[in-house]
Design a protein around this ligand. Structure first.
Ligand SMILES: C[S@@+](CC[C@H](N)C(=O)[O-])C[C@H]1O[C@@H](n2cnc3c(N)ncnc32)[C@H](O)[C@@H]1O
Length: 242
């Protein structure tokens, strides 16, 4: 964690962000680097999450925070609802395995609650059929990472300019259709043959506080959270948040 040493009064001035579906805190760590104090929420036990977190259902927890007024502690909310039923990387497998209908789409109810908070927010989903507005798309190349990891963000109550997409340096390294392709980026998903080692995943994503493969393959690179956190704080300073 790269938190600078702050005097008590400066620390108290840091805005708070709520990180829903927080997993091991890839995105949350970026928000912290951008200048937020961060609280997470995940239904699974996530001892590697670096900040305070509530273990439980994100929808129930967010509804509780709204009803009790505790949501007013936060300046910003981010949500990464799980996407296994809609993601292009898994939808083919899901269909072939007959899993497609069993997953619950959490995006719509999450958005409805986020709207009720009255707070600025971001919802993240990978490319695929997930129904979010693509207000922003980030790619690992923008940050010099070792993953492509295109991710879309719907932004509520604030806006950001889409940065230009940077051409990929080469192919994603790994086996496809029986052939090995070399390249500068690793495939940070799944567990199949030719997938990167845990140290390779950590280096590619910029994450060193978890060595749990599932947490690394689920994570957003901290650089994405830092980019969005800084852009949001800058939008506040400029008075462009709605
Ligand atoms: C795609 S991962 C989030 C990755 C995270 N944003 C990051 O950057 O590291 C989705 C997470 O949602 C959690 N999850 C699934 N259903 C949930 C629910 N109903 N409430 C809270 N968390 C849930 C999973 O345990 C998983 O950790």
């Amino acid at each position: 964690m790269t938190l600078p040493i702050l005097f008590r009064s400066e620390r108290a001035l840091r805005p708070r962000a709520l990180d829903l579906y927080s997993c091991a805190g890839g995105f949350g760590t970026g928000l912290e680097r951008a200048g937020f104090d961060v609280d997470g929420c995940d239904v699974a036990g996530r001892p590697n999450y670096p900040y305070p977190y509530h273990r439980g259902d994100a929808l129930e927890y967010l509804a509780h925070l709204i009803e009790t007024g505790e949501i007013r502690r936060y300046a910003f909310v981010h949500a990464s609802p799980p996407c296994q039923d809609k993601c292009t990387l898994t939808v083919g497998t899901n269909q072939s395995q007959g899993w497609g209908g069993t997953h619950v789409d959490l995006v719509a109810p999450t958005r409805a609650l986020l709207e009720r908070t009255g707070l600025p927010y971001s919802i993240e989903q990978p490319n695929g059929r997930a129904e979010i507005r693509k207000d922003l798309t980030l790619c690992g190349e923008l940050f010099g990472l070792g993953v492509i990891r295109h991710r879309n963000f719907e932004l509520g109550r604030w806006t950001i300019e889409q940065p230009a997409h940077i051409a990929h340096r080469g192919r994603v390294r790994g086996w496809r259709h029986g052939q090995f392709h070399d390249g500068p980026d690793v495939a940070a998903y799944g567990n199949g043959g030719g997938k990167p080692s845990v140290p390779d995943l950590q280096a590619a994503m910029g994450i060193d506080w978890t060595d749990v493969r599932e947490e690394l393959t689920e994570a957003l690179p901290p650089a994405y959270g830092e980019f969005i956190g800084r852009a949001f704080l800058a939008s506040l300073a400029l008075g462009v948040a709605a």
